[in-house]
Write a protein that binds this ligand. Structure first.
Ligand code: ADP
Ligand code: ZN
Length: 617
């Protein structure tokens, strides 16, 4: 059980006070009980042989009777007790029998020292002790705060931490980025060479690229190549921190890195702290700004020969504060592109290196089937393939496992246990058949690779279409075809069952998203080649508005509706016209649950595919 330290202290102090009180009463009770007797009565008692002992200390007289009772009395100062007693009528011989002693000077010292101690010093001690415990505790929590501000930087490559050194060899593709970074590596290795030439060494390198393209990996590879320590921290860690903690961490991180120089500081998710300043009203705003300022201050404070290079990663280069990008800060910007088909093959090879592969693994095919996959996705594919092979007690990973893994990474795991009723199965089959048929019937679509009514992740069934090549540029025709394909599922449901189900909601979402982009971002509608920008959600409430008026917003919505309605009509017409074909595909699906590309093309007849290939060219 944890007791609040303050409560504990309080209880403790009260306890001490009680004890002290007890001591006082013990000391003073006997005195109070001791009878006060007059000296004349004492003289009388002596005459009656009642008194055993008298102790005189200063003016006070302590009497002990023969029955061990105690009493006290006072005499005038400078008078001699025995004389006084005799004067008061005490029998001299009887008085001689009484043991009379004068207490020493010491005793009289104690008589004032003891109360002084009790009244004066003890409370001081108590207060002192109380303060001391409080101090001890505040110091404890101060230490905790101090600990808290310490950057929990992960270190790789420092002594004892040579956790699997990563070099450029481990990074596939990203050729241009690597070429740019070779210079940084060289500087970290031979700083003198550059300093002697009077060259200005870059301090900050900004890695731009979407999630999973290998920004962190590349930064670690730079550290690995140069064999220097790598301190990494993520911008998101600074969000929602107490004010001041973030900047303290930054200071600490830079201090540690400078001590270990030459070294690399890696700040992941720089955008979390490095957004434009002066916008947004979030609670963590002040903290972000302070943290950002501290990073800038630290970077500006680098000496010419400080061998620390700050690398930062972000997938939102567009929203970074301009101050970060100024010369002497993150003035080197390196963009990491998503891997093309060759890079994907290389990445797959790297991540399959230590795995037992069957002989006929065709990495090229896997790479071709994974357009749009990031390096992280591909690493995931290789791992999923290994898991699948292991689960099936195979000794090697075969091509099939890789192909299966692609779908798993793309769509989530199969949910065979997710059982559909017969009716539901039929609906899903027609829905997916609708997608596939519409896609196969219009130019500008990607070939259907697989149709399935086995649940995967969130999807009840799926129609897999993957481009056979990496399209960087896409046309309006392609987008419209894609939207029509997306609405094909819904159109088929309506045609066969008279109404649509909730199974189409994700399709609608995607279709609307594309339509919106066609109008607002790509200038492909009748509204003209204009980019209609929305202000970001973070900036909301700061009095900023979209760069278009309410009236234009209405027009945009109108255009989007035209696109979606058109696609709906197109899809509906296709499924209606080719209803027999739709039924054929759906029946096959109910029967087999999945249809691969070859079989699908056989069902709908090769010509349509051929036609499409021609169209694509
Ligand atoms: P980012 O920081 O850009 O989000 P990471 O660097 O963390 O991405 O990449 C995640 C993982 O993906 C890496 O650990 C690595 O396994 C894999 N990966 C990404 N890009 C590559 C690449 N070019 N070569 C090899 N592996 C890669
Ligand atoms: Zn669908």
């Amino acid at each position: 059980m944890k007791i609040n330290p303050l409560v504990k202290n309080f209880v403790f102090v009260i306890l001490i006070l009680l004890v002290v009180g007890g001591v006082f009463s013990l000391l003073y009770l006997p005195d109070q009980q001791a009878n006060e007797v007059s000296l004349s009565q004492l003289a009388g008692d002596i005459n009656q042989d009642k008194v055993k002992k008298i102790t005189v200390s200063g003016d006070s007289v302590e009497i002990i009777y023969t029955d061990d009772k105690k009493a006290s009395s006072m005499k005038e100062s400078n008078s001699v007790l025995s004389d006084v007693l005799v004067n008061l009528g005490a029998d001299k011989t009887k008085l001689q029998k009484v043991e009379i002693s004068a207490s020493t000077q010491e005793e009289s010292v104690w008589s004032w020292l003891l109360p002084a101690l009790l009244y004066g010093i003890l409370p001081l001690l108590v207060i002192g002790f109380f303060l001391w415990t409080m101090m001890k505790q505040t110091r404890g929590s101060a230490m905790q705060v101090f600990d808290f501000t310490r950057a929990k930087a992960k270190i790789f490559g420092a002594e004892g931490h040579s956790k699997e050194k990563i070099t450029f060899k481990d990074v596939a593709g990203l050729k241009e980025a690597k070429e740019e970074l070779v210079e940084i590596v060289d500087f970290l290795k031979f700083p003198k060479k550059y300093l002697d030439m009077g060259a200005k060494i870059p301090r900050g390198v900004l890695l731009l690229g979407s999630a999973g393209v290998g920004k962190t990996l590349l930064a670690r590879a730079v550290a690995g190549e140069a064999n220097v320590p790598f301190f990494s921290i993520s911008g998101s860690e600074f969000v929602e921190m107490f004010v001041g903690v973030g900047s303290a961490r930054v200071r600490d991180l830079f201090m540690t890195a400078k001590k270990a120089a030459p070294s690399i500081i890696f700040i992941d998710e720089l955008d979390a702290i490095g957004r434009h300043r002066g916008v947004g009203m979030g609670g963590g705003h002040d903290e972000r700004e302070q943290t950002l300022n501290m990073i800038l201050v630290e970077m500006d404070g680098f000496e010419k020969e400080t061998g620390v290079i700050v690398m930062a990663a972000t997938n939102r280069g567009d929203i970074l504060d301009a101050a970060l990008l100024r010369p002497g800060r993150f003035d080197r910007k390196i963009t990491l592109d998503p891997p093309d088909v060759h890079d994907r093959e290389a990445i797959l090879r790297i991540h399959s290196k230590d795995k037992p592969l069957a002989e006929n693994i065709n990495f090229k095919e896997i790479a071709e089937r994974t357009p749009g996959f990031s390096g992280a996705d591909l690493a995931n594919v290789a791992n999923e393939a290994a898991l699948l092979a292991a689960r099936q007690n195979k000794t090697h990973i075969f091509q099939n496992e890789f192909l299966e893994a692609i779908e798993k990474v793309l769509l989530g795991p199969e949910r065979r246990s997710h059982l559909l009723s017969k009716k539901e199965k039929e609906i899903v089959a027609y829905h997916e058949a609708g997608h596939a048929l519409v896609s196969a019937s219009i130019p500008g679509t990607e070939p259907v690779r697989k149709i399935s009514i086995i649940s995967r992740g969130m999807a009840g069934g799926y129609t897999l279409q993957l481009p056979s090549e990496d399209n960087k540029l896409r046309t309006k025709t392609q987008f419209l075809a894609e939207i029509a394909t997306l609405l094909g599922g819904m159109a088929a449901e309506r045609l066969i069952f008279g109404e649509m189900t909730t199974g189409a909601s994700n399709d609608l979402e995607k279709a609307s998203h594309i339509a919106r982009k066609i109008v607002k971002d790509w200038g492909m509608s009748s509204l003209g080649p204009i980019s209609f920008e929305d202000k970001e959600a973070v900036m909301m409430g700061a009095g900023l508005e979209n760069n278009y008026s309410e009236a234009v917003a209405e027009k945009i919505d109108g255009e989007i509706e035209i696109i979606l309605r058109g696609a709906e009509k197109r899809a509906t017409e296709i499924v209606a016209k080719r209803r027999d074909m739709l039924a054929k595909i759906a029946k096959t699906l109910v029967e087999k649950e999945t249809i691969e590309r070859d079989e699908f093309e056989k069902i709908i007849g090769v010509p349509s595919t051929k036609k499409k290939v021609e169209n694509r060219k």
